[in-house]
Design a protein around this ligand. Structure first.
Ligand code: NAD
Length: 295
């Protein structure tokens, strides 16, 4: 299949690599010439603009940093909608606000293009391994069309509902993840300060009612989970800056819906302070340092 793939960063490049490996013919667009050259070596072809990549493509995929990039790449003069043919399926995998996802899909629909939002979870490791989860907002027909291609980049392809619902699922999950990581950090640091062995405490939590993914699989206390970023100086993993972005999307969506997100707002401020301390590049579980004496 001829696929236009726009946005080849930490996530997009490994996703595009998996599509090339699966035998698709990729038309590539990014601002970074190095990544374009590398993917060209693997068999992709470079396009000068999103418009050019979309012309003659049988599917268009984008994986961009934020809503502002999604708007310009889709709606701009040299954007996807200026080149894409009527009836060609389209999907944006970036994490953005649900309203922008709906707005861009509405503009696409005006010219006979069905568009989905399909943000992912699984991080760069999941993108490389082809094990991402895709949260898809689309009509049932478009979901059926996209499913086999998304399955070449991911393991769980979930239909969340109409366009925009993929983004809703993503921001609600990450809101909860941010809060649960703060909660686990608070409990682990309190236990340590009061004098219990943190391995014993983690064992109790993980066989009791406080158990959650943040305590069990990704415990923020160093040495509890050998594979977690906490055990390697909080390197790699899911950067606090990206979590802060997702919390911003969640709190803004909540504002628009007149919905309170009290704990989410507190978590957002804690991650904001972490970013201000210059720790935004660390894994988000380093939020525990907000509760520990400097090491
Ligand atoms: P990134 O910044 O590494 O990559 C974005 C790419 O888009 C860059 O290569 C950039 O050059 C390109 N780009 C920007 N503007 C462009 C334009 N106008 N035309 C063409 N290319 C353009 O970001 P990423 O880590 O790959 O994340 C992409 C999206 O996935 C984000 O929305 C992010 O929130 C989401 N996400 C990231 C992760 C993660 O662990 N990195 C996990 C889940 C979801």
């Amino acid at each position: 299949m001829k696929i236009a793939f726009i946005g080849l960063g930490n996530m997009g490049a490994p996703m595009a690599r998996n599509l090339i490996k699966a035998g698709h013919s990729l038309r590539l667009v990014d601002l970074n010439k190095t990544v374009l050259a590398e993917l060209e070596q693997l068999g992709g072809s470079i396009s000068a603009s999103a418009r050019e990549a979309a012309q003659g493509a049988e599917l268009v995929i984008t994986m961009l940093p934020a809503a502002v990039h999604v708007r310009s790449v889709w709606l701009g003069e040299d954007g996807v909608l200026a080149g894409i043919a009527k009836g060609v399926p389209a999907v944006d995998c970036s994490t953005i606000d649900p309203q922008t996802a709906r707005d861009v899909a509405a503009a696409a629909a005006k010219q006979g293009v069905a568009m989905a939002d399909a943000p992912v979870s699984g991080g760069t490791g999941g993108a490389a391994a082809g094990t991402l989860t895709f949260m898809v907002g689309a009509t049932p027909e478009l979901f059926a069309t996209l499913q086999p291609v998304l399955a070449q980049m991911g393991r769980n392809i979930v239909h969340c509902g109409e366009v925009g619902t993929g983004q809703i699922a993503k921001i609600c999950n990450n809101l909860l993840l941010a809060i649960s990581m703060v909660g686990v950090s608070e409990a682990m640091a309190l236990g340590d300060a009061l004098g219990i062995d943190t391995t014993v405490l983690a064992g109790i939590i993980n066989s009791s009612t406080g158990r959650c993914w943040s305590s069990e699989m990704y415990n923020p206390w160093p040495g509890i989970v050998e594979t977690a970023p906490a055990s390697r100086g909080y390197a790699g993993g899911f950067g606090a800056e990206l979590m802060l972005k997702d919390l911003g999307l969640a709190t803004e969506a909540a504002r628009q819906a007149h919905q309170p997100v009290v704990l989410g707002a507190v978590a957002q401020q804690l991650y904001q302070a972490m970013s201000q301390r210059g720790e935004g590049g660390k894994d988000f579980s380093a939020i525990i340092n907000s509760y520990r004496k400097p090491q």
